[in-house]
Design a protein around this ligand. Structure first.
Ligand code: DX5
Ligand code: ZN
Length: 219
């Protein structure tokens, strides 16, 4: 992926108004969003249930920017083909949700998508050390996944720094993304710690106008 100079902003549609999803997508795009973050939950890996490939393909019809799809589902390998068909550009899976992370990441790339992992707050970076060659993006969860609007876990900043150091040492060009509780208050520290992409739900959809909300995360 091309490493932008500016940080990438990926609004989480979980906090959008689902009764006017198409309009919300256009509005955040016009407000300067770089990617669209789509949260898929199965009620088992996380307590909440959200959307599946059908809604992702509806979003794809109106979206002009890449779909950053976050699978919070058990055994995600079962759905790689479905989310590719639905239009995912980046597909994140959780190592805690699969017995065969290496295989699933290979499948994601075989289907032509960028391969991402999302790490729960308690999951060590060791979970991905041996699959770095298979990865395009690593997403550090800065909340426990499942819901929008939760408080940022401060202790994830040293984890981001440790990841940045691990990637420097291994000389891998892999994006660092963070997801959960991102606000203008912590965005600057995250960017300084080496983050390339910020996911934000409530900080954007709960704080219109969206262009100002996005701008205040970037700077
Ligand atoms: C949490 C989701 C996040 C969430 C972010 O499980 O993965 O993407 O929607 O929302 P905020 O930014 O409100 O924490
Ligand atoms: Zn997410």
């Amino acid at each position: 992926m091309n490493r932008h100079k500016a940080v990438i902003i990926s609004p989480s549609l979980l906090s959008a108004d689902f009764s006017r999803l198409g309009q919300e997508v256009s509005d955040v795009e016009n407000a300067g969003a770089d990617w669209l973050h789509v949260d898929v939950m199965d009620g088992i890996f996380v307590p909440n249930l959200t959307i599946g490939p059908l809604v992702v393909s509806a979003i794809k019809k109106v979206a002009r920017i890449p779909l950053d799809v976050h699978l919070m589902i058990m055994d995600p390998g079962r759905y790689v083909a479905d989310f590719q068909a639905a239009g995912a550009d980046i597909l994140h899976v959780h190592p805690e949700a699969t017995q065969h992370l290496h295989r699933v990441l290979g499948q994601i790339r075989e289907y032509g998508m960028k391969a991402g992992v999302a790490l729960n707050p308690a999951t060590s970076l060791e979970a991905i050390r041996h699959v770095l060659p298979e990865l395009d993006v690593i997403m550090i969860m800065t909340v426990n996944p499942g819901f929008a609007g939760q408080a940022f876990i401060e202790n994830m900043i040293p984890k981001v720094v440790a990841l940045r150091d691990m990637l420097r040492e291994s000389r891998r060009d892999i994006f660092i993304e963070v997801d959960g509780g991102v606000t203008p208050h912590n965005a600057r520290r995250l960017i300084e710690s080496g983050v390339n992409a910020l996911v934000a739900g409530s900080a954007i959809f709960g704080h219109p106008p969206y262009a100002d909300a996005i701008e205040s995360l970037r700077h």
